[in-house]
Design a protein around this ligand. Structure first.
Ligand code: NA7
Length: 541
């Protein structure tokens, strides 16, 4: 394939999801020539690919949007508390149209490599269609959960039925009617898909490795008067999104779970359970830091599972035994109830592991299950996975993968940049608070910081901006220390990288809280980008 040199730009942005769209908007506003490169044939990022039945967001929709445009906030009307994938995708299409973003987006194209050319101070970005562009800035809007994890099951290539991964769902509707369906995985995606597939399939077999805690979402249609009120209170919504710890309207509990009597605690949990949503996770202030406190919430959910699931053997299999919330908490609509259906079977694959996919189904160590369709809800290679899919090389040809997998771990400065990779920025990169904050909030904060940084560079004749090794060592150490103070590190999850075979363990998300993080980012900017090396050598263009 011949590589054609087609262009030289100010910036190339990877991905046209929430991040890429707003980054493009800001760069264009500042007068930069920009190209967004997107693998899909439309905008939307994870909301473009995650079309599986039941896919919806577990953050309340009035907070799951951009705040950069008051006009946009007034124009868009959410229909229900938790927006479905289709509605979010329509929203992002609306944004792309309203701000005429499509003309700078190259669809159906993957970035395969991005190499920094030190002499020219340019990133050479190569695409899978054989073309390449050069740009002064390379910005990743690849997202945290976009590299699908398809475990290496023996025999998948011989399976005669159809198979799908929830994170790469086809555009056409998959028809489950009259089909024997198997779902492997019961994280957020599996828990959303399973009740919907069960309604349609002739029979559904759920292959569960680790039982999960899930809380009822209790989704409902919004009252139009409520939506109008939020539009009238746009400034307040914006404040909640950007000036509260999680940016999603949920208040943290003020007291320890251990301060209440057992009877009082049950009342508090019951109220939150009936209300639905993540209110349950913030009933008390120490559920994720104190094991004893955590156990009270875990026990409550286990009692709910026993109460809901009629077959005691199935209920036992569904009882989680890790600390609640140390895997990403899940919201569901009728998940546990689904196991009361006659057409649903639960198989414990920890007890009897999957041995192989056969031409007609799946064999565990105990028996063979005949299947027509297999659904992998097996998650993602989180945080670093999307970046490692691309051959990103900084100074001296060193690849990001080599740098982060040389036996040590990921090292970033604020999750925004990494030493040895000048003028490369990551939106919600590893070691930023990213997925533990409302994503649109985290994305806007990062992009505003990056856009301001570029503006600073332009005003001060700075040509390269690069995180220093000392600054990133300190930040990474701080991230690890904060994580060690929490219960999150006690459980294997995609947060720790444990879900991917061979992936080095490290806690890839900053747990010090969004507000502390934002303050640190602001201090760095206000100090003239302390911790970054700024160089002012003018380069050709
Ligand atoms: P998750 O939450 O990573 O869930 C993946 C599920 O797949 C989970 O139940 C895994 O079990 C299971 N899994 C993964 N590999 C295997 C193998 N080899 N065998 C059996 N089961 C397996 O991904 P989701 O897509 O559901 O959600 C990702 C995020 O999207 C979520 O956190 C939200 O932020 C939104 P395990 O628990 O590892 O034993």
């Amino acid at each position: 394939m011949t590589v054609k040199q087609v262009d030289d730009l100010d910036a190339v942005v990877l991905g046209a999801g929430f991040s890429g769209l707003y980054m493009l908007y800001r760069l264009r506003e500042a007068g930069y020539t920009t190209r967004v490169v997107e693998a899909g044939d439309g905008v939307g990022g994870v909301w473009y690919w995650n079309r599986y039945p039941g896919a919806k967001c577990d953050i309340e929709s009035i907070y799951y949007n951009y705040t950069f445009s008051k006009e946009l906030y007034q124009e868009w009307t959410w229909t229900s508390k938790y927006p479905e994938q289709k509605e979010i995708l329509s929203y992002l299409n609306y944004v792309a149209d309203k701000f005429h973003l499509r003309k700078d987006i190259q669809f159906n194209t993957r970035i395969t490599a991005a190499h920094y050319d030190e002499a020219a101070n340019r990133w050479r970005v190569q695409m899978n269609d054989g073309t390449s562009v050069t740009a002064k800035f390379f910005i990743s809007g690849a997202g945290c959960l976009s590299a699908a994890n398809l475990p290496n099951f023996k025999g998948l290539d011989r399976f005669k039925g159809d198979w799908y991964h929830t994170g790469k769902w086809p555009q056409e509707k998959v028809d489950f009617r009259g089909k024997r369906v198997g779902v492997i995985g019961n994280g957020s995606s599996g828990v959303q898909a399973i009740p919907e597939i069960a309604k349609e399939a002739e029979h559904l077999t759920v292959f569960q490795r680790t039982p999960q805690y899930t809380i009822p979402a209790r989704n409902y249609l919004y009252d139009p008067a409520f939506v109008q009120k939020t539009k009238n209170n746009y400034e307040q919504i914006k404040r909640i999104m950007h000036e509260t710890p999680t940016g999603n309207g949920i208040q943290f509990g003020q007291v320890s779970a251990l301060e209440d009597s057992p009877e009082e605690r049950i009342k508090v949990y019951e109220k939150a359970w009936q209300e639905g949503g993540f209110a349950f996770t913030s009933t008390y202030n120490d559920l994720f830091t104190n094991e004893e406190a955590n156990k009270t919430a875990s026990d409550f959910i286990r009692s709910k599972i026993r109460e809901t699931v009629k077959n005691p053997e199935t209920a036992e299999k569904l009882l989680p035994n890790y600390l609640f919330g140390t895997k990403r908490p899940i919201l569901d609509t009728g998940y546990y109830e689904t196991f009361n259906r006659d057409n649903v079977t639960l198989v414990d694959v920890k007890k009897s592991p999957v041995e192989e996919i056969t031409p007609n189904g799946l064999r565990t160590s105990e028996e063979e299950h005949e299947l027509d369709i297999l659904v992998f809800a097996t998650g993602y290679d989180g945080m670093t996975g999307p970046l490692f899919k691309i051959d990103i090389r900084g100074r001296d040809g060193v690849s990001l993968k080599e740098k982060w997998e040389d036996g040590a771990s990921v090292r970033t400065y604020l999750g925004l940049a990494t030493a040895g990779f000048p003028n490369f920025f990551m939106i919600t990169g590893p070691e930023s608070p990213s997925v533990l904050v409302n994503m649109p909030t985290a994305i806007e904060q990062h992009i505003d910081w990056i856009a301001d940084c570029l503006e600073y560079m332009s005003q001060n004749g700075v040509e390269t901006m690069e995180a220093s090794r000392e600054a990133e060592e300190e930040w990474s150490r701080h991230c690890r220390e904060v994580a060690e103070m929490t219960l999150y590190v006690k459980t294997d999850s995609w947060y720790t990288g444990a879900n991917i075979e061979g992936k080095p363990r490290s806690f890839l998300i900053y747990l010090g809280g969004f507000l502390n993080y934002k303050q640190k980012c602001n201090e760095v900017a206000d100090s003239g980008y302390e911790g970054f090396t700024l160089s002012g050598v003018k380069t050709i263009k």
